[in-house]
Design a protein around this ligand. Structure first.
Ligand SMILES: NC(=O)c1ccc[n+]([C@@H]2O[C@H](COP(=O)([O-])OP(=O)(O)OC[C@H]3O[C@@H](n4cnc5c(N)ncnc54)[C@H](OP(=O)(O)O)[C@@H]3O)[C@@H](O)[C@H]2O)c1
Length: 199
């Protein structure tokens, strides 16, 4: 199995690369800049901007693409990064005969953010590719220390049944990556991974 991570130099990408490496699955990541903490033994880096498909040099054949580009912080980029980059990734899959797309969506968050993620999901479902949609809440882990700040208040408020906080229930990025990698390796039929599946 050969996996291509789009935007895989970031927080979730690094966790996925560790899990794939542990399971001896070959993986490459595409991003505009290289992450020096990912060794070439762990993953091959492909330099590229998903909005510039003509300049992306794909030399191997891949079975699965995992889309990891997105933003929650920058409202002005919701449409571009959370939705349009998905359309670009679908084009890349079609161009290089990659039959399956895994999309990191979201289970909750601000209205406009969630809408841009759901628009991304629609593109994936309509693409005619095999797909898997992952809907995590907040993810935390040591590679993003600021992610620990919100865990306690979110867990506290979600106990009172407040929907917003329940929907972004914090999960460790390792657990999320482990569930996704297992689902891919076991070739499970499911098309959506919900928060409850990753707890
Ligand atoms: N972190 C969370 O708690 C959380 C929760 C729910 C959902 N998600 C979703 O999970 C996914 C992964 O999140 P993350 O936290 O790992 O994100 P991240 O750390 O920001 O990683 C994404 C990477 O995408 C790359 N990228 C951005 N624009 C690109 C472009 N035009 N072409 C190629 N690469 C590009 C960036 O690297 P370069 O700048 O070097 O290109 C960046 O490092 C996102 O879709 C996010 O919305 C995250």
């Amino acid at each position: 199995m050969n996996i291509l991570l789009i935007g895989g130099n970031g927080f979730v990408g690094q966790a996925l690369i560790k899990k794939f490496t542990e399971n001896k699955v070959k993986v490459s990541y595409l991003s505009r800049s290289q992450n020096r903490s990912i060794t070439s033994e762990e993953a091959n880096w492909i330099q590229g901007d998903i909005f510039n498909l003509d300049n992306i040099m794909i030399k191997e054949s891949y079975d699965i693409t995992i889309h990891l580009i997105g933003t929650i912080k920058n409202k002005n980029l919701y449409s571009k990064l959370n939705t349009e980059s998905v359309a670009q990734t679908i084009k890349l899959c079609q161009k290089h005969n990659i039959n399956k797309l895994v999309y990191f969506s979201a289970n909750g968050g601000f209205k406009q953010y969630l809408e841009s993620k759901l628009n991304g999901e629609r593109l994936v479902k309509d693409s005619k590719l095999d797909y898997l949609i992952v809907r995590p809440g907040l993810m935390y882990g040591k590679d993003r220390l600021t992610s620990y700040f919100n865990i306690l208040p979110i867990k506290f408020f979600s106990k009172f049944g407040i929907t917003f906080f329940k929907n972004v229930y914090p999960l460790s990025v390792e657990k999320v990556a482990d569930t996704v990698v297992k689902s891919i390796i076991d070739n499970k039929d499911s098309t959506i991974i919900h928060i409850k599946d990753m707890k």
